[in-house]
Design a protein around this ligand. Structure first.
Ligand code: ADP
Ligand code: ZN
Length: 518
């Protein structure tokens, strides 16, 4: 290989420097390793397979579900002088034949295909007969039922790893949901892939959560000094959207409703007026979102609880695209949690119910967090932070903190003792010395951590565990019933090398008193 990847970056793509973590990813893929890239849209995932495609022998096969996106990518590459083509249902037979001819003549570097085409028997035979640079799987979350865009034709892609064990695989997604990601790795058979999570932080957004008391009054107070700014208010139901929009208009605000029940024409008008700054506030259901790329949205208010952390992140992410300071405000009340739970439990599909409830629980945990919101948010995505952001309600007005090192060591060692194979409830039962049958059956009453946490209530332990998850000492695998595991950060804590400060909710006041009295 003569040119370096930096030469390729400059001469082919016209860029001067890689963004993190592009270079590292590219080097791995060129070296033949699998990688899994989790980066938001616009983060720069494409270069991570396009550069290796030009540095490895053979053609790179790129799987993409959307024909329009495929065409844009190919046009972009052709404009840079890269030999790329696509095969999809829109091609007439003569066009498809010409693609195959170029491929046979060794003239193609990248070939974009739809998943259903890739897995046809004759196509697989062809792949087996030629050198392949790599497989890139775009929108990889489509393989998972955990995700929001499950596509049955993606499920067969797991065969690629078996059929072509030596061809590196680059899986890519912008999905922020950790369960979906674990599922993707498993289904693609690339559990050993190095995972890169990058670019999710939106430093110019301030995160705020308020206990929901009189939501309309709270909303009005929030908007009072923001009359001239553009913003979105999300509410759960169409009825509530209409009602809030009307009340805002009555109070003299420039506000309109947007939801899927309105005629197309009206929705377009609202979008257009908002875009042109003729309308300040859109009160909307989640139907408002796709295709809004208004740069100067100054705030996003959640009047009701979003159904997952991922939707919350996406919806708040519509604020501050221009990079200027912007706000996200969530009104959080237990009533909403109950409503959301009962809606979910109405579903017929038990697997769906389980998934949705876990997602909701993670959202509730975020809203209840006593740790920096940004750390909790990024930690949920797997992007670890070791410092507070200084730009959220918790950082700006921190809860009282106390040295919880001793209690924390107890939990961490208990998670370890039960083999990182049980969820929070079981760990708490062991800590509190429960006499339950299951504990006895598993002989967990003989563990050294059995009963060492009897001095705190179940609720107090639960609170500590949640904070440890947010702070990145524990992981919780929802695809395996919420099993708790230790992260590398837990080790120095276990060894007593570092102290852990936790926020103090009213109910854990006792923890501190007790550690003090020792
Ligand atoms: P994604 O696939 O993650 O949505 P893209 O790969 O399409 O993102 O990249 C988003 C934009 O960023 C594109 O316009 C791309 O040209 C640009 N870009 C990517 N990497 C770099 C880089 N290293 N330097 C400058 N621009 C870049
Ligand atoms: Zn913070």
């Amino acid at each position: 290989m003569s040119a370096s990847i930096h030469d390729t970056l400059r001469t082919v793509f016209g860029f001067h420097a890689f963004r993190p973590p592009q270079q590292e990813v590219i080097e791995r893929v060129i070296g033949g390793e699998d990688v899994f890239l989790v980066m938001p849209t616009g983060g720069g995932k494409s270069l991570c397979y396009q550069v290796p495609a030009l540095h490895r022998r053979g053609v790179a096969i790129v799987v993409s579900p959307l024909i329009a996106l495929m065409k844009d990518q190919v046009d972009g590459l052709l404009a840079n002088g890269v030999a790329a083509a696509c095969l999809n249902s829109t091609l007439v037979p003569a066009e498809a034949r010409s693609v195959f001819q170029r491929w046979d003549a060794g003239e193609l570097d990248l070939l974009y295909v739809a998943p259903e085409r890739l897995l046809m028997a004759d196509f697989l035979e062809r792949l087996a007969a030629v050198p392949l640079a790599l497989f890139a799987i775009d929108e990889a979350h489509c393989i998972s039922q955990w995700g929001h865009d499950f596509r049955p034709e993606y499920t067969q892609l797991g065969r690629l790893r078996e059929l072509f064990p030596d061809v590196p695989l680059v899986a890519m997604t912008a999905t922020a949901d950790p369960e979906t990601r674990r599922d993707i790795l498993r289904q693609l058979g690339i559990q050993g892939a190095k995972v890169y999570v990058a670019g999710f932080d939106r430093p110019n957004i301030t995160y705020n959560v308020l206990p929901k008391q009189k939501p309309f009054v709270q909303l009005e107070a929030f908007l009072r000094n923001r009359r001239d700014e553009a913003g979105i208010v999300y509410a759960l139901s169409r009825k509530r959207v209409e009602e809030v929009a009307q009340r805002l208009r009555d109070a003299g605000f420039s506000a309109r409703a947007y939801h899927a029940g309105l005629p197309d024409r009206e929705r377009q008008q609202v979008q257009e007026a908002f875009r042109r700054d003729d309308l300040r506030i859109v009160v909307a259901t989640v139907a408002f979102g796709m295709g809004i790329d208004k740069p100067n949205v100054r705030y996003v208010v959640h009047y009701d609880l979003p159904k997952s952390v991922e939707s919350y992140y996406q919806e708040t992410g519509r604020a501050g695209r221009d990079g200027l300071p912007s706000e996200a405000l969530l009104l959080f009340g237990m009533g909403d949690v109950m409503t959301a739970r009962s809606l979910i439990e109405n579903s017929e599909n038990p697997e769906r119910v389980r998934i949705e409830l876990q997602k909701l629980n993670a959202m509730v945990a975020y809203a209840e967090a006593l740790t920096c919101r940004r750390r909790a948010l990024l930690g949920y995505f797997g992007e670890q932070r070791d410092h507070e952001c200084g730009n959220c309600d918790i950082c700006n007005d921190p809860p009282e903190r106390f040295d919880a090192s001793e209690a924390v060591r107890k939990v961490l060692s208990c998670v370890y003792r039960v083999g990182e194979r049980f969820g929070a409830r079981h760990v708490i039962d062991v800590l509190r010395g429960s006499k339950g049958q299951r504990i006895a059956e598993l002989r967990h009453d003989r563990l050294s951590t059995y009963g060492i946490g009897a001095d705190l209530s179940g609720e107090e332990w639960d609170n500590i565990i949640r904070q440890l998850i947010h702070l990145g000492y524990l992981t919780q695998d929802f695809s395996r019933y919420g099993v708790l595991g230790l992260t590398p950060a837990a080790r120095p804590v276990l060894k007593g090398e570092v102290a852990v400060l936790l926020g103090r909710p009213r109910s854990t006041a006792r923890v501190e008193e007790r550690s003090r009295s020792r």
